[in-house]
Design a protein around this ligand. Structure first.
Ligand code: C2E
Ligand code: CA
Length: 579
């Protein structure tokens, strides 16, 4: 066994030569010793720090809560470890990984703290260089295609809220290759750097200029109002590029630019880039130094899109939207059981307009706008407000509202729905049902199933609308917890004349019942259809043959007066009474 003096000598050697910085304080946090590596990391010599509080190292980059947390952990657990940004004596920030532990005396009281530091600054710098390399072009320092795809996605998310446009502009230099050949690659590189700098100066903050490689660049212009605005920017850019090049003895190049616009075009960044690239080739073949739209119709469409959103939003905000309600009845009892809310637009000039003409799903690009969600939420809220007045404990009504795919998949949808339900406590007694197209539900089956599940936990059920026109497969149905299937009206309309349609109706009813779901026949117009549906065991029905969609003001009276036609059960085939 070495003697104590010998051991102390070894420990002192280890302390002095450790590659980690070591700092020892007393129980009050006053420094009693440091090793040479500590001095190397922080710049403070032993004499400068001993007797002081290590607080002099603070960089100001951590708040008081950070240190309070550190001390609380030290008190509780006797040790703490983490990354700290400290300040070197010369003012530079140093990133350190620090492990601190408490040393206890013979009575179990803390007598000292020992801090063990390693310097992460170089590692951090290396890490950020790697990030830079992964996302930026080494020559021009512009974002590369990886970062560009990310920026495109961000721009799309942004304009979906604003209802504006994103322009993806693919730019290729004309006449770059001859310069590169004549002057050599180093000059070519300088030209690209010079062009990159000009591009950066011509776009607004928030826009992105990326380099795709070679002499190809992409400009991402977000939040654009119209094509004229985009053209102004592109003209400016083309002028700027055509200026004499300092790097190449004042020679000149020009640029051909191809443009595509979201949301007229796809929301897939790769596809947008591909389309802009195709348009760029058209610009090149049409004569250099020009720009070209991927699809010339985008011009008109982008105007229609902006106008369409603007008009619809104004219509919604100025109370021109109204809900009609179409009764749903139980075929066997002949009792009204529910009402489907259907939106109508009272256009100041054109009169009453049906949803097929104005709903976002019917117009290019509109379904991507946040307006699709606003309209659906408005309709759900208006339906709840009306329904609260008709619903009685004796007659608990099913209130159905239609929602689009965009609303269903909107991440905030379930929380917004929850808030709406809280605002209408009466709604707790009625039964809110949301209708989504069968095809919509299948767009992302696991997600849809999860949303439906969450809504069910709030007491809201789902119906698959227009059932029969999609895949209508057993596998899908098994995985979708929707309680109701609505047979598409085209099958009901022809079920008496077309054996195929009749077979579809029969099998939907059988399928629904096999899975314990309720079936609603839509578009029921005649008593003969009602008889056939009853014979096949269909549960509920709606259609002109029972009642057309009615203004809310007429619903209370309808509910009071409605009597199912006795013919329904008499097996007669007269047309059902119209209301
Ligand atoms: P849908 O959900 O399939 O609604 C049924 C449509 O069939 C309604 O058209 C209704 O008026 C019509 N209809 C009812 N009975 C009969 C009948 O016996 N024969 C025939 N031929 N048609 C009948 P509407 O009101 O024009 O609605 C069209 C579509 O617009 C609806 O189809 C629904 O998907 C959508 N929609 C309506 N309101 C909203 C809403 O607030 N939000 C969303 N996202 N979509 C809505
Ligand atoms: Ca519907």
């Amino acid at each position: 066994m070495p003697d104590t003096v010998e051991r102390l000598r070894w420990v002192a050697e280890a302390f002095a030569n450790s590659h980690n910085g070591l700092l020892i304080t007393d129980r009050d946090g006053i420094v009693v010793d440091v090793n040479p590596t500590f001095t190397a990391i922080t710049g403070y010599t032993r004499d400068e720090i001993v007797g002081n509080n290590p607080r002099i190292l603070h960089s100001g980059l951590h708040d008081a809560a950070f240190y309070a947390d550190m001390w609380a952990t030290l008190d509780k657990e006797g040790a703490w470890q983490g990354e700290i940004y400290n300040r070197h004596k010369n003012g530079e920030i140093v990133v350190e990984l620090i492990a601190i532990h408490a040393v206890h005396d013979a009575h179990g009281q803390v007598s000292h703290y020992i801090g063990n530091f390693s310097n992460l600054t170089r590692f951090k710098r290396y890490q950020s260089q790697l990030e830079q390399m992964a996302h930026y072009d080494a020559l021009t320092q512009l974002p590369n295609r990886v970062l560009l795809a990310d920026r495109i996605r961000q721009a799309i998310a942004w304009v979906q809220r604003q209802g504006t446009l994103v322009a993806v502009c693919y730019l290729d230099l004309d006449g770059f290759k001859p310069i590169n050949d004549r002057h050599g690659h180093p000059v070519g590189d300088q030209v690209l750097i010079e062009i990159a700098e000009r591009l950066r100066q011509e776009v607004r903050e928030g826009d992105t200029v990326a380099r795709m490689g070679g002499d190809e660049f992409v400009l991402l212009l977000a939040d654009m109002d119209n094509l004229a605005e985009i053209e102004t920017i592109l003209n400016r850019i083309q002028q700027s590029i055509a200026m004499p090049l300092r790097a190449a003895c004042d020679e000149t190049v020009t640029a051909s630019i191809g443009v595509t616009l979201y949301p007229i075009d796809s929301e897939d960044p790769d596809l947008l880039l591909h389309h802009a690239d195709q348009a760029m080739y058209r610009a090149k073949t049409a004569g250099r130094n020009g720009h070209y739209l991927f699809d010339p119709e985008q011009d008109q469409q982008s105007r229609d899109y902006r106008d369409g959103i603007e008009t619809l939003r104004q219509a919604l905000n100025s109370g021109q939207m109204e809900l009609y309600f179409q009764p749903i009845v139980d075929l066997r009892s002949g009792q009204p059981v529910g009402l489907e809310a259907l939106i109508r637009w009272h256009h100041p000039q054109r009169g009453l307009i049906l949803p097929d003409e104005f709903l976002p799903g019917e117009r290019p690009g509109l379904e991507n706008s946040a307006l699709a969600i606003e309209l659906d939420l408005w309709a759900i809220e208006a339906a709840l407000a009306h329904a609260a007045t008709w619903n009685t404990p004796a007659r608990p009504l099913l209130i159905s509202a239609n929602i689009s795919q965009r609303t269903l998949q909107w991440p905030q949808f379930t929380t917004q729905l929850q808030q709406l339900l809280r605002r209408y406590p009466m709604a707790a007694e009625l039964h809110l049902d949301l209708e989504v197209y069968e095809t919509t539900a299948l767009a992302d089956l696991p997600l849809t199933a999860e949303i439906i599940q969450r809504c069910q936990e709030m007491g809201v059920s789902f119906a698959l609308d227009d059932f029969g026109n999609g895949y209508s497969s057993v596998t899908y149905l098994k995985r979708l917890p929707a309680q109701m299937l609505k047979i598409a009206p085209n099958f009901v309309a022809d079920m008496l004349s077309d054996p195929n349609d009749r077979a579809v109706v029969e099998s939907i009813i059988a399928l629904a019942h096999a899975f314990g779901r309720t079936v609603v026949a839509e578009g029921v117009e005649t008593t003969a259809q009602i008889h056939a549906l009853l014979a096949h065991g269909c549960d509920l029905a709606q259609g002109y043959g029972i009642a057309a969609p009615l203004p809310a003001s007429r619903i209370a009276a309808w509910l009071k007066d409605f009597k199912a036609d006795p013919d329904w059960t008499a097996g007669d085939s007269h047309t059902a009474q119209r209301h």
